[in-house]
Write a protein that binds this ligand. Structure first.
Ligand SMILES: [Zn+2]
Length: 299
């Protein structure tokens, strides 16, 4: 099994344009947190003409950094990997300031309909009202700035997530990140979709992955295989703990995870809920839901 190790040594150089390849520049936003690591990475693609990928949070300091990096060049499009606000909150303002249309994978949507009494735990983190001027579709090659970019749908972290292929590099958004495994919170995201999107990027011809948080991943497909193995291990740990009598998500989280700070614990609860739903759909767990809570049992 490939081993997974997270790289948290990334030095973001917040606000400074960092060249990653010919026609590819990263500018990290000043929104570091437990969920965003060193902040959201925005990217400028192109030379004379540009595309701006993931303008990031609504922050005047970051907007000024983006303006300085664009340096008066024409911006052909503002492109989003997905519509979580740490990536998209600045999109409307950036679209107006750079006079550029907004392109992404369709309005924010859930990975499945809400159940009765269920709430999307990420509802406040999503840009529900953004509508793309152009909806990007799987497999199409677009000219973004003056460089060809191939669009790959990669649902899982959320339903409208896209990754972008440029030469040997894949802008992997929040789908594959080197600093941590991605958050999957149902029904905003879906574990089944996430597994399928890992298989998808592994089969694509990109060596290096460039995530929306943290540093580049030199062996992207190898790392994605390790992430997949990590998630499969979690599946078997969940099944083990339920077999031993854990019947709620908090009980499973307590059994699997060492003591962790609150934000990590909240993320762990959301991700284990996504594992439980995935295993239930495979017929490996029985789950009963009521107003009084959820009981999990072996199938
Ligand atoms: Zn996200």
């Amino acid at each position: 099994m490939p081993t997974l190790s997270f790289d948290t040594s990334f030095s973001s150089q917040t606000g400074v344009p960092v060249s990653l390849a010919d026609g590819l520049v990263r500018i990290t936003a000043p929104n570091a947190s437990a969920y965003t690591f060193t902040g959201t990475n925005s990217f400028l693609i192109g030379h004379e003409r540009l595309a701006l990928v993931d303008p990031g949070p609504s922050d005047p300091v970051h907007l000024a950094a983006l303006k300085a990096a664009v340096a008066g060049r024409l911006v052909d499009a503002i492109i989003l990997t997905h519509t979580h606000r740490d990536h998209s909150a600045l999109a409307t303002q950036a679209s107006a300031i750079f006079n550029a249309p907004l392109w992404f994978g369709g309005p924010h949507r859930l990975s499945r309909p809400l159940r009765r009494f269920e709430r999307n735990p990420l509802r406040k983190s999503c840009d529900w009202d953004l509508v793309p001027a152009r909806t990007l579709v799987d497999g199409e090659t677009i000219t973004a700035g003056d460089i060809a970019v191939t669009v790959h749908t990669t649902p899982g972290h959320c339903a409208n997530h896209l990754a972008f292929g440029i030469g040997n590099d894949l802008l992997s958004g929040d789908h594959v990140m080197g600093w941590n495994s991605t958050l999957i919170a149902v029904p905003d995201g879906s574990m089944a979709d996430y597994f399928a999107s890992l298989d998808k990027v592994i089969a694509l011809p990109y060596a290096r992955y460039i995530p929306a948080h943290g540093g580049e991943i030199a062996d992207g497909p190898g790392y994605a295989r390790a992430l997949k193995a990590h998630r499969e291990l979690r599946n078997s740990q969940v099944l083990d703990q339920v077999a031993k009598g854990a019947s709620t998500v908090p009980a499973i989280v307590n059994a699997i995870y060492p003591t962790q700070p609150l934000p990590v614990r909240m993320a762990a609860r959301m991700t284990i809920t996504a594992h439980v739903e995935y295993l239930e759909a495979l017929g490996l767990l029985k789950v009963s839901r009521s107003l009084f809570g959820t009981r999990i049992a072996p199938a």
